[in-house]
Design a protein around this ligand. Sequence first.
Ligand SMILES: NC(=O)c1ccc[n+]([C@@H]2O[C@H](COP(=O)([O-])OP(=O)(O)OC[C@H]3O[C@@H](n4cnc5c(N)ncnc54)[C@H](O)[C@@H]3O)[C@@H](O)[C@H]2O)c1
Length: 353
Amino acid sequence: MKKIKVAIVGLGRISGDHFQGIGALPDMFKIVAMCDTDPARIERCAEERPGLKAYDSIDKLLKDDEIDMVTICTRHPDHVPMARKAIAAGKIAVVEKPCATSAKELENLIAFAKKKGGRVFFRHNRRYESAFQKAMQLMNSGILGEVQYVKIHRFPSYCRRNDWMTMSEYYGGLLSNWGPHLIDQALQYLAAPIADIWSDLRRVISIGDGDDLMKILIRGTNKRLVEVELSGCNALPGRQLEIIGTRGTLIYEGGKQIEVRAVDPSIPFKKLKPHPEQPGFAYGNFDETLEFVDSLYDVPPEHMGQLWVDLYNDVVKGIPTPVRPEQALAVMKVIDTVFKQNDWKPILSKWGK
Ligand SMILES: NC(=O)c1ccc[n+]([C@@H]2O[C@H](COP(=O)([O-])OP(=O)(O)OC[C@H]3O[C@@H](n4cnc5c(N)ncnc54)[C@H](O)[C@@H]3O)[C@@H](O)[C@H]2O)c1
């Protein structure tokens, strides 16, 4: 069975995740090279991981015939140009989120890969979050009845953040940084085409000029509503997830368990009529008694490294990875819409975009 030879481009904060995740699968992958324009980063990586070939430019790296796959962990506006170069050189491209700086750019990349007979994958690794997967499983089990509202709230710490990821020049801000993860989850919960989107995007405490607080409401053609609230300025964060269905509610507060309170599944909802006549001196429903069942479900340990296993199975065995290019494109379209609705234009002039 083929072992995929990998190069990691961009040796910054997230590169450790790539080394760790890919390195944990020695039967599937072998990391053979690394690349960064910063010599100090190359030196640091060479000390930590001796034996890798080092390149100071992706152009040089792409001439290396040993390399099958390139993972791109550089600044946001570099993602698509680098992926295009990798595909043109006959390599598999793995693109960190955000997958592009616009839906159009991503659409062109996907079309380019198709035209060249190349492969491109998108690292929406939070699709693999254990709590997300468990919540999806519970939602789809029917225990909550017909799901009406899903509220995803995420607060990547109260922080007057000041690195490049907060600067619109680099397609920074929380929408392009954390947004892809949560919008990807939102579209999975939605489970239907998007009917309409409402959003509010603002900058509250970020030092960069990018956004750090948003609410996005996505309504499906199935009438389900998914709310995404994402904030880098909430000092007292609450629940991460609420799913409200006709028979119960699921909540997740970020710990090791998901809580569900649902009407006992053995109790059917009887067909009842409302009473127009004079009521007694109480509120409620006197024609039925509903019993709740409260349940706690363990969230399994994280296994986001499964993304690499699925990617391998796609490349080598032809089993499609769950994160599809068209889904990455759907996420980018939501991001574009939110920027547009809020008259927020990332400044990408330096990058020729
Ligand atoms: N999927 C996730 O969970 C997750 C988490 C964090 C970051 N990310 C994404 O990973 C990417 C990198 O983030 P980071 O925090 O590691 O950034 P970083 O700034 O820490 O690292 C980027 C690295 O890229 C190098 N670089 C810049 N231009 C280059 C070029 N032209 N050629 C080669 N190397 C170059 C820099 O020198 C730096 O070492 C971003 O897209 C970010 O959004 C994803």
